[in-house]
Design a binder for this molecule. Sequence first.
Ligand code: GDP
Ligand code: MG
Length: 839
Amino acid sequence: ESTLKVEKVNKILKNTKNIRNVTFIAHVDHGRSTIIDHISKRFTDISLKASDTAIRIQSSLIPIHYELSDTEPLPTLNQTLNTSNNNNNNNNDTGEEDREFLINIVEIPPNFSDSHIILESTLKITDGTMIILDSVEGICMNTDGSLRTAVNEGILNHTLFINKFDRLILELQLPHEELYHQLVRLIENTNVNISTYAGKEVKELSPITGNVAFGSGLCGFGFRLSSFASIYASKFGVSKERLTKKLWGENYFCPDSKKWFNVNVNESGKTLTRSFCQFILSPLFSIADAAMKNDIDKITHMMKSLCIELSPNDLELCAKPLYKAIMRNFLPLDDSVLPMIIQHCPSPFDTISDRLPFMYNGPLNGEMAQSIMKCDPNGPLMFYVSKLISTHLKGYFAFGRVFSGTIKSGEKVRIFSNIKNNEPISKSIKDIHFVSGRLSERIVEAPAGSIVAISGIDEYINKTATVTTSNENHVFLSHMSTTYPIKVSVAPKNPVDLPKLVECLKKMDRAHSYVSSYIDEYTGEIFVEGPNEHFLEVGLNDLMYAQSDLELTVSDPIVAVRETITTQSSQLCLAKSPNKQNRLFCQSEPLSVDLQNDIENLLTPISSSPSDLSQYLFDKFQFPKEQGNKIWSFGPNGTGTNILTDLIPDHLNSNDIKDSIVAGFHAVTKEGILCDEPLRGVKFKLMDAFISGEAIRRGAGQIIPTARRVLYASVLTANPTLLQPIYLVDIKVTSQHVQGVYETFESRGGSVISLDYIHNTPLCTIKAHVPVLNSVAMTSELRARTQGQAFSTFLFDHWAPLDPENYNSPKVMEMIYNIREKKGLNPNLPENDMYIDIL
Ligand code: GDP
Ligand code: MG
């Protein structure tokens, strides 16, 4: 039977304003898992136990049910919740304060804190973060990368936990004043990083505000200024709030006169101790000292004055274990971290209005957007699938967040995912699952604001998806590049393993957001592609790990290229059908890069009515309306960055052969004329035609090959060339290594685009564009040049001409020749007259 207290879960899921969806951001080894483990052990009333009905899953979410104590203030954050719409919250009818909260800690898969590709989809379902910093190591490179991704996702509400405080006290033993300054620096650097990425002032992290806590995951303690202010408030006879402000910054208390000063000397010239050191660090050091020395008298005395009771077992301990026992009784970690999250992370309502424009491609005044902004459980369903998670059953669960409406088991939905041609698929959801750590349990429904898993639709999902009941074709956007500039070909060492490999790849494909695989239709060769060398390696390792008996041969990395044109066609091209009964005339011209990006970022409303689409293209790109009205297709696959327009005079009834021409167009854009690589940035204009009056003479067999030839001809006559991918490399180094980094980029044909010094640190950030073709082994070169100090990320940024000077230079021709040869094509390019017919 189920161990889940379903009623309780239903109640807390419905209380949307008391839900906190939070992600913990940390550099590797800064203590994220230790903190999560510690917290999740204590609040078990909604945790699941292995039972007949529980399903084992890959851990993704730790829900914590926590009651805020009476001494903690209730959150005052934005709380834009419109109470008239408060139909989902029935807890407040009594007028009583509502102190029960559900904190959903959304987990990031281990080893991926530096991948903002993974982070992006995770952060999309969360509202705030807790940044975890190792107090000794300070800000590290991938804390920084994660912060940037969070800011790009519109998350501006952060909290900070300065971890491993035990090391500051027991190991570093810095003078108190120095320790204080180290903490100040950590906080300042974090603030500078966030506001740099945001490009504006954002809510500051400050111990006084209460969004900064200190402590130790390993020892299980944590505190904010307010924790100590509560202890001292009555002694000083001032309010806790007032005292909190005195415990940080330039505040000094004179024990003789019992007065506060803003400088470290009193009237009579006596040196004063900073209040933080006097009232917080001193006692912490004394406790440590007494515990480490096993000074039982002193400990007993302190315990009494702090009202801590240790169990008899704990009193048997000595040294570090004793220290831990005292500290976790004195300042329990949960009671600093969880209230901090409750008070300073937004609820699902609070910031969604600001973030939605970055997340969603529909109109913001539409019914759906309005419902999302209100988190309306009665609105149309909008569910974002951030990832597929594996289960001990067959098939994956789709894990994600309800942004609008209420998701119900058995409900019929439309699924948008980038499987096949982006057409939505209508299916019924099977079950809804409440997720807790490594287990999940069925529930009936989940309202807006909740994070749950759903079963029964994973087959139709590739990596991420939008699931909706609306008839509108609007989806959640992804900023992550879907361009994979690098790939390897893989094959099983033993050919009989081929089916097994294909099966494994299919699974890897859908569940992994950082790699993708495909089979070349003609050669049967299997490719795995990824955003950079690193992720390709990780993806392949995972694959081999999942199927350890599968031995693979993996090729060297192959860099992707694209084909494009550089001018408009030099002539109107003509192709005649094999039966000579049909003629097609076509000319092509380049599309602007801005328009290409717009299409690729899913901003162009390609499935809107011709008049809406044409208005959009005209307003934004001055795309001529008479052409915009006559767009037949985007290609390849109905979504690509090439456009087919039908400018054939109306009386010729070109619609009779539309399907065949569109089919030819998709083939031509999928495999370009130069070397069978995808085409981008081409507008094809069908100018004229001669169409047979007899249906039987203008069938697909006649028209498709003719369309292909005339489209190819219009490319061949428009000075075609190759495009190469360019990385945006982002690297953080100490200033003495800047020179070395510059040299590395220059020697690889890259160009530095910015150099920014980070305030108060010896660090600077360098950004550069580097051709992917020249990036092989660049990570290790950068590491060597900076004595292992540099941390860099490589991401696809844009396509650039392989040779900007000359579209058919020897360099371009050689590359075309090599690719053709490798693919078993005739190495020499076809002549124009193979494709162009004469009248
Ligand atoms: P993660 O990579 O961020 O998940 O970090 P882990 O939680 O796995 O911790 C990494 C290492 O740091 C482990 O050896 C932990 O025992 C240690 N660690 C975590 N928290 C603390 C702490 O508060 N103090 C000390 N001294 N060590 C800690
Ligand atoms: Mg860990």
